[in-house]
Design a protein around this ligand. Structure first.
Ligand code: PAF
Length: 281
């Protein structure tokens, strides 16, 4: 596996692969890899003839009050795991390489970013769209894979790729869960042992919503009230948002009528967890 730190070298390698007729599949990450990332890497190997991961904790998607400095990092372990999956290259740029002195250009996807995480983290999607574009320009992939746990991020990237005529196929990948149902996330490492049962309420409340819809409930307010109660009962959890949205516009819906996104962001102690599912009526 090649480890590449600078943009010019990454582009040279990708240009050579493209000239040889290879198909490049790309997985952008912020590292501290878990099984969710590894399943994306395996899917990338199936999808392309060359597969690339990027590992870069992107400062522009964190607000000053957020966890950029403490975000978990373990590059050596990440690179070992990547090598074991058999991917071809890991692109691991520095912040100086990505954002040199004088940097001042950002990409904004204006509407699908308004609700959910965009409402609680106002600069987040601007940072994500900008860094993903820069990573695409460095890696020059034919396809890129993103996990559906960050559902709004996936919708935002699809919108950006369409609006800016980027010639890249965007592939969504199902949420990978721990055995107990907790959606895998690098931030799960922040959870204390006594917070873990509280964290499990997210996936359980998604199940509860599915049961309600299966038994005929269609009213969004009623479903969200049951979901919120099941998350907060017993204490230890503070809901940032619990919303039912259109899967394409990410706007709130009042009635579950067709595939509808149930999206959650919940603080468990100092850890902000997100989870979601698409309810089919
Ligand atoms: O989902 C993530 O890990 C990040 O938001 C991404 C897409 C790698 C951009 O920094």
């Amino acid at each position: 596996m090649r480890i590449i730190e600078n943009i010019a070298e990454m582009r040279r390698i990708s240009d050579t692969w493209r000239a040889e007729g290879e198909r490049i599949a790309f997985v952008p990450t912020m590292g501290y890899l878990h099984e969710g990332h590894l399943s994306l890497l395996r899917a990338a190997r199936e999808l392309g003839t060359r597969s690339v991961i990027s590992i870069f904790v992107n400062p522009t998607q964190f607000a000053p009050t957020e966890d950029f400095a403490s975000y978990p990092r373990d590059l050596r372990k990440d690179l070992d795991l990547c090598a074991q999956t058999g991917i071809d290259a890991a692109f691991v740029p520095t912040a100086e390489e990505m954002y040199p002195e004088g940097f001042q250009t950002f990409i904004e996807v204006t509407r699908v970013t308004q609700n959910l995480c965009g409402a609680s983290r106002p600069i987040f999607f601007r940072g994500v769209a900008t860094v993903v574009t820069k990573l695409f320009n460095a890696v020059k992939p034919h396809s890129a894979l993103f996990g559906q746990k960050d559902f709004q991020q996936l919708v935002t990237i699809r919108r950006m790729v369409k609006d800016l005529n980027m010639d890249i196929e965007i592939v969504g990948h199902p949420i990978i869960r721990e055995k107990d149902g907790l959606a895998m996330s690098s931030r799960n490492t922040y959870l204390r042992a006594d917070e873990r049962p509280v964290a499990l309420r997210l996936s359980r409340s998604l199940q509860l919503a599915r049961q309600l819809v299966n038994s005929g409930e269609r009213n969004a307010a009623a479903i969200l009230a049951a979901v919120s109660d099941s998350i907060t009962a017993g204490g230890g959890a503070t809901i940032d948002y619990a919303r039912l949205c259109d899967t394409e516009t990410i706007e709130d819906v009042e009635v579950v009528d067709g595939p509808t996104l149930l999206a959650l962001a919940v603080w468990v102690g100092k850890t902000r967890l997100i989870d979601n599912c698409v309810l089919e009526s």
